[in-house]
Design a protein around this ligand. Structure first.
Ligand SMILES: *Cc1c(COP(=O)(O)O)cnc(C)c1O
Length: 392
């Protein structure tokens, strides 16, 4: 199979309109490239879109996860649990705070954190006095985890829930938008270009707790406050600001926020187009020895990714299918190598066999190209190539 002359199809990419470009240019021509009015406007627009009281925009979802963990009081001696099938940032945020990281195996059908595995692990941790302080469910491919059940466990065992919704803006759970924090303390979104909507680089945390929002906003900008009524010491003059704790420069710029604000206007359209494309895939792939990743009932997936799982009886090896698709200029990807098997996490003692469902998932999952702007002939090229590979 030759890929000559065929355009490369990535697994995901941004779509940029004239309106997006105009919005960014408008900021370039304004007085503020950063710390102007567009970041708060973007925050308000996201908060109202997802039904949360507060939103704090930052320069990446990784930064948002870090600030969220700090705001939840995570520190040395504490534990954070997440899914092994996620991007490393969902776990690293715990390490930034000096906490120990552990994982909860997934449900094999959905790829999401398994509630029964979580319940069993919590029961054991309670006996051993090693309960987590923060649990990070990851809405893999844009499908919400079973948040009502995770929240019940949070109430029983006293941990905070931090939703990693990097894949899931525009998605829904039980008929409500992901990000409204009905069942969590904080939800985090990513606006990296491969995600649902983009700001270039960027992330955002939503919450309904004013104290958490305030703490994250404070830490995003060096731990500095400029408001005299919040000073710890008498102001020495009108030039004063106070650094009250050790924060970071995790701010989003107005340029980035303008792109996000413009993209947000098309959120529903973008997700609907992703739904349409996935439906096409499901028809074109129906007769092959594979399944699309299952989407739970009560979930409207934002469909960041189109993940197929090769069946156990599939005659062609995972790696061979990957290589065949890549050779045909189709940019398939594995989401994800289980985080516990990354060298950094192996070094603290994790190894093969720790999370069997996650490892099985990684042995047969493939993310196919999925993004608005993918044409009918692109889809047919992907499914045609797969058909040829799996029948060879
Ligand atoms: C992309 C991603 C992140 C990190 O997002 P950035 O904005 O690139 O920092 C975190 N978690 C998950 C699940 C992601 O997919």
């Amino acid at each position: 199979m030759s890929s000559e002359g065929m355009p490369f199809l990535p697994y995901g990419r941004q779509t940029i309109t004239e309106a997006d470009i105009a919005a960014v240019v408008e900021v370039l021509n304004s007085s503020f490239l950063t710390q102007g009015p567009i970041v708060p406007a973007f925050e308000q627009a996201v908060a109202s879109k997802v039904g949360a009281s507060h939103a704090v925009a930052v320069n990446s979802a990784t930064s948002a996860l870090h600030l969220a963990c700090l705001a939840l009081g995570l520190g040395p001696g504490d534990r954070l649990w997440t899914s092994p099938i996620t991007f490393v940032a969902s776990a690293n945020c715990g390490r930034y705070c000096g906490a120990a990281v552990d994982f909860v195996d997934i449900d094999s059908a959905t790829g999401l954190m398994s509630v029964s595995a979580l319940a069993a692990k919590l029961e054991q941790a309670e006996r051993e006095g090693s309960l987590p302080k923060v649990v990070v469910p990851v809405h893999l491919t844009g499908s919400s985890c079973d948040m009502a059940s995770i929240n019940s466990l949070a109430e029983r065992y006293g941990f905070a829930v931090l939703e990693d919704a990097s894949h899931a803006i525009g998605g829904g759970y039980q008929g409500e938008p992901v990000g409204n924090c009905r069942y969590s303390a904080i939800t985090v979104f990513s606006f990296h270009p491969v995600k649902i909507i983009t700001t270039g680089e960027g992330g955002l945390a939503t919450t309904n707790a004013p104290a958490l929002a305030k703490r994250m906003a404070h830490l995003r900008s060096h731990g500095i406050t400029k408001e005299a009524q919040h000073f710890e010491r008498p102001a020495s003059g009108p030039w004063s600001y106070e650094q009250q704790e050790l924060g970071f420069n995790y701010r989003m710029t107005d340029l980035h926020a303008a792109l996000g604000l413009s993209q947000l206007q098309r959120l529903e359209q973008i997700v609907a187009e992703r739904q349409r494309l996935l439906h096409q895939y499901s028809i074109l792939l129906a007769d092959l020895p594979l399944q699309l990743l299952e989407i739970p009932k009560n979930v409207y997936s934002a469909l960041h990714l189109a993940v197929i799982r090769l069946a156990d009886h599939c005659p062609v090896h995972h790696r061979r299918v990957f290589e065949g698709l890549r050779a045909a200029a189709i940019g398939v990807q594995l989401h994800y190598t289980p985080v516990h098997l990354q060298p950094y996490y192996r070094r603290v003692g994790f190894q093969e066999g720790n999370f069997p469902e996650a490892e099985a998932y990684a042995s047969n999952a493939i993310s196919l190209p999925l993004y608005p702007g993918l044409h009918e002939e692109d889809l047919e090229r992907v499914t045609g190539t797969l058909t040829t590979l799996l029948r060879s």
